[in-house]
Design a protein around this ligand. Sequence first.
Ligand SMILES: *[C@@H]1O[C@H](CO)[C@@H](O)[C@H](O)[C@H]1NC(C)=O
Ligand SMILES: *[C@@H]1O[C@H](CO)[C@@H](O)[C@H](O)[C@H]1NC(C)=O
Ligand SMILES: *[C@@H]1O[C@H](CO)[C@@H](O)[C@H](O)[C@H]1NC(C)=O
Ligand SMILES: *[C@@H]1O[C@H](CO)[C@@H](O)[C@H](O)[C@H]1NC(C)=O
Ligand SMILES: *[C@@H]1O[C@H](CO)[C@@H](O)[C@H](O)[C@H]1NC(C)=O
Length: 544
Amino acid sequence: MLSKADYSPVGETESVALGSKNSKKKVIFVFLLVIIFIFFYLSKIFTWMPTKERLPSPRKEMTVADILSSLREDIPEAPKFKSFMETSSGGRSVARLEDPGAVFCVGDTLNVLVEMKDFNGKPKTYGGDFILARIHSPELKASASGVVTDLRNGSYHVSFTLFWSGMVQVSVLLVHSAEAVQVLWRERNGRYFKIVFIGSFIKGNKTETSQCGPMLKTTRPLCEYVDEREGEYYACIKPPTLPCSSLNNIKSHNTKGPNLSKNEVRLLERKNIGLQIKNTFQAVQVLNCTGPQQYLATEKCMYGIKSPFPSGYFYENRWFSSICQLTPIFGEAAITKCLTGKRLYFWGDSTMRQWNTYLRGNIKGLRFVDPPGGWMPQRSFNDEKNITFQWKKHNPPWIGSGAVSTKEFVYISRDLDTIELGGGRQDAVVIGIGQHFRALPIEVFVHRILKIRHSILRLQARSPHTKVFIKLENTRELGKVVMTMTDWYGRIQNLAQRTVFGDLRLTILDAWDFTLAANTFNVHPNEIVVSNEVSLLLSLFCDH
Ligand SMILES: *[C@@H]1O[C@H](CO)[C@@H](O)[C@H](O)[C@H]1NC(C)=O
Ligand SMILES: *[C@@H]1O[C@H](CO)[C@@H](O)[C@H](O)[C@H]1NC(C)=O
Ligand SMILES: *[C@@H]1O[C@H](CO)[C@@H](O)[C@H](O)[C@H]1NC(C)=O
Ligand SMILES: *[C@@H]1O[C@H](CO)[C@@H](O)[C@H](O)[C@H]1NC(C)=O
Ligand SMILES: *[C@@H]1O[C@H](CO)[C@@H](O)[C@H](O)[C@H]1NC(C)=O
């Protein structure tokens, strides 16, 4: 940082060395420079202090545009395809071992090369295919995700860490061809027709309905619902007679979807989604060599650990971290002991509700406080052990045929500002959103998580020891409502979450990694997955 005091001696020294006429000019020049520097410095200070609210961090804050441009690097453009036969074919492509003669020990890396071919069997020359990979040993109930690197020339490098000894199978799925990805990305960010939201306005005995949404295409008068500070907006077409304030609930239904060409429709048929790529090799034998049967990190897992990929693996249906040693927390006694004297706040969709439901089923002596009829907020108390936990939905968009009462509408970022916190380590906040945003342009989701980022910074200024967890999206059904809900959207949203939350003091819980390893492809994963996810959360919450 330069100040006038630091700078002027240099000017004086210089002016001495120069002739008197020149030196006068030089002094003026230096003086001007100093003024410019001071001005520049002050202007920086002022941009650090926005007019209305003071941000807790002096960094330049990320914008939606920053995040979108960072995502674009992960979405390579594919050339236009002329015929369906020229698109990537899972059946024609092959996966081969990069080092077939090698002997593998626990902890080694297994490298696989995927050569993508089209339906004619011709090698592809560009990347962009959506591939998911895992290793597994069914008899050991062991599995882990692989890391796929797009070489952008039709080949993909897939690497696996061999976490356990035994016969290990490699499974590589072509979820969507590069060409299908292009269609999905175009339609995601195009028009708003995948979902129609219907609002019900109720007053006395009268009910009127109209279309709602974050961006309606209509010239008719609107009821607009704005949260200015959060920059959030949705609207409904004004009902015939009832006032805007009588909006009572919103539900939604899927539309027929966009008009696609015949080839595009074919790309997205169920039979062309999630195809297993043929391996040129059998199961790989992994030896325990000098160590134990499975890979175990030595350091104890603590809150704040970074979440690499893969972040862990299943062994005998238990989740082990890839970087630290987890203290498993299963069963009523361990869960109750961990949560005694603690408060846990869940926000998010029904995948987050699953964690809440799991805890409700695994702690005795709970008192449930749920609003009648509605399903949010769900609060649970154990007065003897002083345990409190709750689950709340996120604000619209909320997709489903069940009506969501407007009484439940509150932005997570606003709630985070007002929840009761003890200031110590007794409180944890867990946020898990994304699935309901997949149907809307990516900007809507990025905007929402940026607002949550700001509110996490405010929360941490207010209560520095509160533990904050971000649960990423898990995978879901491969073939259902693909255009609206594909995991490819989830993958991009998870990348956005890592960018937005990655530098904060919090822990990312990679639910995607769990469900990919476990091969569930179920929006609501089974109890093996959920119990291990919650065990990871509790292990980090109760790490002291
Ligand atoms: C694709 O790129 C990788 C890495 O640059 C290279 O090793 C490989 O030979 C390329 N494959 C083809 C078919 O060009
Ligand atoms: C609502 O309907 C009920 C029964 O149909 C009727 O008795 C009542 O008067 C109505 N109330 C209003 C405010 O119209
Ligand atoms: C699809 O095409 C048909 C016939 O061209 C047209 O009537 C319809 O409005 C189009 N739908 C959409 C969503 O563009
Ligand atoms: C390594 O594997 C062999 C054969 O499965 C087993 O007998 C041995 O106990 C293992 N060693 C360790 C340290 O686990
Ligand atoms: C219960 O726990 C909360 C924090 O979760 C704490 O503030 C409060 O003092 C505790 N109450 C009792 C009676 O221990």
